[in-house]
Design a protein around this ligand. Structure first.
Ligand code: 13P
Length: 255
Protein backbone atom coordinates (compact mmCIF):
# COMPACT_ATOMS: atom_id res chain seq x y z
CA UNK A 1 0.00 0.00 0.00
CA UNK A 2 1.53 3.30 -1.08
CA UNK A 3 2.03 6.10 1.41
CA UNK A 4 0.02 9.28 1.61
CA UNK A 5 2.39 12.20 1.99
CA UNK A 6 1.98 15.88 2.80
CA UNK A 7 5.22 17.75 2.15
CA UNK A 8 5.74 21.41 2.94
CA UNK A 9 8.13 23.29 0.68
CA UNK A 10 9.19 26.39 2.59
CA UNK A 11 11.12 27.71 -0.42
CA UNK A 12 13.25 30.76 0.59
CA UNK A 13 11.14 31.77 3.58
CA UNK A 14 11.40 32.01 7.39
CA UNK A 15 14.33 32.79 9.66
CA UNK A 16 15.57 30.22 12.18
CA UNK A 17 13.29 31.34 14.99
CA UNK A 18 10.24 31.43 12.72
CA UNK A 19 11.09 27.96 11.41
CA UNK A 20 11.55 26.58 14.91
CA UNK A 21 8.26 28.06 16.11
CA UNK A 22 6.40 26.69 13.08
CA UNK A 23 7.70 23.15 13.60
CA UNK A 24 6.91 23.36 17.31
CA UNK A 25 3.30 24.27 16.54
CA UNK A 26 2.99 21.53 13.91
CA UNK A 27 4.37 18.89 16.30
CA UNK A 28 2.20 20.03 19.20
CA UNK A 29 -0.99 19.73 17.18
CA UNK A 30 -0.05 16.91 14.83
CA UNK A 31 -2.90 14.40 14.47
CA UNK A 32 -2.13 10.69 14.96
CA UNK A 33 -0.26 9.33 11.94
CA UNK A 34 0.64 5.75 11.06
CA UNK A 35 3.10 3.97 8.78
CA UNK A 36 0.89 4.71 5.76
CA UNK A 37 1.30 8.49 6.23
CA UNK A 38 4.30 10.77 6.05
CA UNK A 39 4.77 14.47 6.73
CA UNK A 40 7.85 16.00 5.13
CA UNK A 41 9.30 19.44 5.82
CA UNK A 42 11.48 20.80 3.00
CA UNK A 43 13.28 23.67 4.67
CA UNK A 44 16.09 25.96 3.50
CA UNK A 45 19.52 24.35 4.04
CA UNK A 46 20.19 26.63 7.02
CA UNK A 47 17.23 25.14 8.91
CA UNK A 48 17.91 21.47 8.26
CA UNK A 49 19.89 20.62 11.42
CA UNK A 50 17.44 22.44 13.64
CA UNK A 51 14.45 20.79 11.94
CA UNK A 52 16.05 17.35 12.25
CA UNK A 53 16.73 17.90 15.96
CA UNK A 54 13.15 19.00 16.53
CA UNK A 55 11.57 16.08 14.67
CA UNK A 56 13.95 13.25 15.55
CA UNK A 57 11.63 11.68 18.12
CA UNK A 58 8.51 12.10 16.04
CA UNK A 59 7.83 9.12 13.83
CA UNK A 60 6.34 9.90 10.42
CA UNK A 61 7.73 13.45 10.25
CA UNK A 62 10.83 13.78 8.06
CA UNK A 63 13.03 16.59 6.84
CA UNK A 64 13.89 17.31 3.21
CA UNK A 65 16.36 19.52 1.40
CA UNK A 66 15.01 21.54 -1.52
CA UNK A 67 17.91 20.66 -3.82
CA UNK A 68 21.29 18.94 -3.96
CA UNK A 69 24.28 19.10 -6.27
CA UNK A 70 24.90 16.35 -8.82
CA UNK A 71 28.55 15.91 -7.75
CA UNK A 72 29.38 14.44 -4.36
CA UNK A 73 32.11 16.95 -3.42
CA UNK A 74 34.45 19.47 -4.95
CA UNK A 75 35.01 23.08 -5.92
CA UNK A 76 31.36 24.17 -6.26
CA UNK A 77 31.10 27.31 -4.17
CA UNK A 78 27.71 27.77 -2.57
CA UNK A 79 26.50 24.23 -3.29
CA UNK A 80 25.47 21.35 -1.03
CA UNK A 81 26.18 17.69 -1.86
CA UNK A 82 23.96 14.67 -1.26
CA UNK A 83 26.44 12.95 1.14
CA UNK A 84 26.38 16.07 3.34
CA UNK A 85 22.60 15.90 3.51
CA UNK A 86 22.61 12.20 4.34
CA UNK A 87 25.26 12.69 7.01
CA UNK A 88 23.21 15.49 8.60
CA UNK A 89 20.19 13.18 8.90
CA UNK A 90 18.15 14.48 5.98
CA UNK A 91 15.88 11.79 4.53
CA UNK A 92 14.30 13.40 1.47
CA UNK A 93 15.33 15.84 -1.25
CA UNK A 94 13.23 17.73 -3.79
CA UNK A 95 14.62 17.37 -7.30
CA UNK A 96 13.37 19.28 -10.32
CA UNK A 97 11.16 21.92 -8.76
CA UNK A 98 9.89 24.22 -11.53
CA UNK A 99 11.46 27.25 -9.83
CA UNK A 100 14.90 25.62 -10.05
CA UNK A 101 14.22 24.52 -13.62
CA UNK A 102 13.32 28.12 -14.51
CA UNK A 103 15.73 30.23 -12.42
CA UNK A 104 18.70 27.85 -12.26
CA UNK A 105 18.33 26.39 -15.75
CA UNK A 106 18.10 22.81 -14.50
CA UNK A 107 17.23 20.56 -17.44
CA UNK A 108 16.06 16.96 -17.53
CA UNK A 109 19.60 15.58 -18.01
CA UNK A 110 20.97 17.48 -15.01
CA UNK A 111 17.99 16.34 -12.95
CA UNK A 112 18.79 12.74 -13.88
CA UNK A 113 22.33 13.29 -12.52
CA UNK A 114 20.99 14.91 -9.34
CA UNK A 115 18.58 12.02 -8.87
CA UNK A 116 21.48 9.57 -9.20
CA UNK A 117 23.53 11.48 -6.62
CA UNK A 118 20.61 11.58 -4.18
CA UNK A 119 19.77 7.87 -4.54
CA UNK A 120 23.43 6.82 -4.29
CA UNK A 121 23.53 8.57 -0.95
CA UNK A 122 20.41 7.02 0.52
CA UNK A 123 18.08 9.97 0.05
CA UNK A 124 14.44 9.58 -0.92
CA UNK A 125 13.72 11.76 -3.97
CA UNK A 126 10.57 13.82 -4.43
CA UNK A 127 10.83 14.36 -8.18
CA UNK A 128 8.87 17.39 -9.37
CA UNK A 129 7.31 17.70 -12.80
CA UNK A 130 4.64 19.86 -14.40
CA UNK A 131 3.80 21.96 -17.42
CA UNK A 132 3.60 25.69 -18.12
CA UNK A 133 0.32 27.34 -19.05
CA UNK A 134 1.03 27.47 -22.80
CA UNK A 135 1.56 23.70 -22.82
CA UNK A 136 -1.70 23.16 -20.95
CA UNK A 137 -3.47 25.52 -23.36
CA UNK A 138 -2.04 23.58 -26.31
CA UNK A 139 -3.32 20.35 -24.76
CA UNK A 140 0.11 18.66 -24.82
CA UNK A 141 0.63 18.42 -21.05
CA UNK A 142 0.56 14.61 -20.92
CA UNK A 143 3.37 14.25 -23.45
CA UNK A 144 5.35 17.05 -21.81
CA UNK A 145 5.19 15.57 -18.30
CA UNK A 146 5.76 12.05 -19.65
CA UNK A 147 8.93 13.30 -21.32
CA UNK A 148 10.16 14.95 -18.09
CA UNK A 149 9.83 11.58 -16.35
CA UNK A 150 11.39 9.69 -19.24
CA UNK A 151 14.47 11.90 -19.54
CA UNK A 152 15.18 12.11 -15.80
CA UNK A 153 14.02 8.77 -14.39
CA UNK A 154 13.80 6.08 -17.06
CA UNK A 155 17.47 5.12 -16.70
CA UNK A 156 16.68 3.82 -13.19
CA UNK A 157 15.72 0.25 -12.36
CA UNK A 158 12.60 -0.82 -10.50
CA UNK A 159 14.44 -1.14 -7.17
CA UNK A 160 15.69 2.46 -7.39
CA UNK A 161 12.16 3.64 -8.18
CA UNK A 162 11.02 2.51 -4.72
CA UNK A 163 13.01 5.51 -3.43
CA UNK A 164 11.20 8.01 -5.66
CA UNK A 165 8.03 9.99 -5.09
CA UNK A 166 6.56 12.15 -7.84
CA UNK A 167 5.14 15.63 -7.29
CA UNK A 168 2.98 16.94 -10.13
CA UNK A 169 2.99 20.73 -9.94
CA UNK A 170 1.43 22.56 -12.89
CA UNK A 171 3.41 25.79 -13.11
CA UNK A 172 0.29 27.83 -13.77
CA UNK A 173 -1.08 26.74 -10.37
CA UNK A 174 2.02 27.52 -8.26
CA UNK A 175 1.57 30.55 -6.04
CA UNK A 176 -1.21 31.84 -8.28
CA UNK A 177 -4.27 30.83 -6.30
CA UNK A 178 -5.41 29.06 -9.48
CA UNK A 179 -5.58 25.42 -8.40
CA UNK A 180 -5.93 22.60 -10.88
CA UNK A 181 -9.40 21.14 -10.62
CA UNK A 182 -9.65 17.81 -8.84
CA UNK A 183 -10.38 16.27 -12.24
CA UNK A 184 -7.31 17.85 -13.90
CA UNK A 185 -5.13 16.63 -11.03
CA UNK A 186 -6.55 13.10 -11.09
CA UNK A 187 -6.26 12.89 -14.91
CA UNK A 188 -2.58 13.83 -14.83
CA UNK A 189 -1.80 11.61 -11.86
CA UNK A 190 -3.45 8.67 -13.62
CA UNK A 191 -1.38 9.45 -16.72
CA UNK A 192 1.84 9.59 -14.65
CA UNK A 193 1.01 6.22 -13.08
CA UNK A 194 0.38 4.75 -16.54
CA UNK A 195 3.72 6.10 -17.81
CA UNK A 196 5.49 4.52 -14.83
CA UNK A 197 3.55 1.30 -15.28
CA UNK A 198 4.62 1.05 -18.93
CA UNK A 199 8.29 1.52 -18.07
CA UNK A 200 8.68 -0.17 -14.68
CA UNK A 201 5.67 -2.47 -14.31
CA UNK A 202 2.55 -2.58 -12.17
CA UNK A 203 4.22 -3.19 -8.81
CA UNK A 204 6.31 -0.01 -9.07
CA UNK A 205 3.40 2.01 -10.46
CA UNK A 206 1.02 0.94 -7.70
CA UNK A 207 3.55 1.63 -4.94
CA UNK A 208 4.74 5.06 -5.99
CA UNK A 209 3.20 8.07 -4.24
CA UNK A 210 2.17 10.90 -6.58
CA UNK A 211 1.62 14.25 -4.87
CA UNK A 212 -0.21 17.28 -6.22
CA UNK A 213 1.24 20.78 -5.79
CA UNK A 214 -0.02 24.22 -6.76
CA UNK A 215 -2.20 26.48 -4.60
CA UNK A 216 -3.24 23.53 -2.45
CA UNK A 217 -4.86 24.75 0.77
CA UNK A 218 -6.79 23.29 3.68
CA UNK A 219 -9.99 24.42 1.94
CA UNK A 220 -9.39 22.49 -1.31
CA UNK A 221 -7.17 19.62 -0.12
CA UNK A 222 -10.02 17.21 0.69
CA UNK A 223 -11.38 17.53 -2.85
CA UNK A 224 -7.95 17.30 -4.51
CA UNK A 225 -6.81 14.34 -2.42
CA UNK A 226 -10.03 12.42 -3.21
CA UNK A 227 -8.61 11.43 -6.61
CA UNK A 228 -7.71 7.73 -6.69
CA UNK A 229 -4.20 8.52 -7.94
CA UNK A 230 -3.62 11.60 -5.78
CA UNK A 231 -1.56 10.49 -2.78
CA UNK A 232 -1.14 13.81 -1.00
CA UNK A 233 0.41 17.17 -1.73
CA UNK A 234 3.51 19.30 -2.03
CA UNK A 235 2.54 22.53 -0.37
CA UNK A 236 4.14 25.96 -0.76
CA UNK A 237 2.49 29.02 0.77
CA UNK A 238 0.11 27.11 3.05
CA UNK A 239 3.06 25.18 4.55
CA UNK A 240 4.27 28.39 6.19
CA UNK A 241 1.16 28.73 8.36
CA UNK A 242 0.72 26.08 11.04
CA UNK A 243 -3.08 25.99 11.00
CA UNK A 244 -3.22 25.76 7.21
CA UNK A 245 -0.57 23.03 7.03
CA UNK A 246 -2.23 21.05 9.83
CA UNK A 247 -5.53 21.34 7.98
CA UNK A 248 -3.92 19.82 4.89
CA UNK A 249 -2.46 16.98 6.98
CA UNK A 250 -5.96 16.30 8.34
CA UNK A 251 -7.29 16.30 4.76
CA UNK A 252 -4.71 13.63 3.87
CA UNK A 253 -5.94 11.49 6.77
CA UNK A 254 -9.58 11.83 5.76
CA UNK A 255 -8.96 11.09 2.05
P1 13P B 1 2.03 26.99 -3.62
O1 13P B 1 1.37 25.99 -2.73
O2 13P B 1 2.45 28.24 -2.92
O3 13P B 1 1.24 27.24 -4.88
O4 13P B 1 3.42 26.32 -4.09
C1 13P B 1 3.42 25.03 -4.57
C2 13P B 1 4.84 24.60 -4.70
O5 13P B 1 5.57 25.07 -5.55
C3 13P B 1 5.33 23.58 -3.75
O6 13P B 1 6.56 23.07 -4.15
Amino acid sequence: MRKKIVAGNWKMNLNLKEGKDLIERILTELPNLNEHNQVVLATPYLHLSQAIAQTQHTAFVSVAAQNCHHETSGAYTGEIAAPMLQNAGVQYVLIGHSERRAYNHEDNALLAAKTNAALANGLQVIFCCGEALEIRDAGTQNDFVGNQLKESLFHLDAAAMSNIEIAYEPIWAIGTGRTATAEQAQDMHQHIRQVINAQFGAAVAQNISILYGGSCKASNAVELFAGADVDGGLIGGAALIADDFLGIIKAMLSA
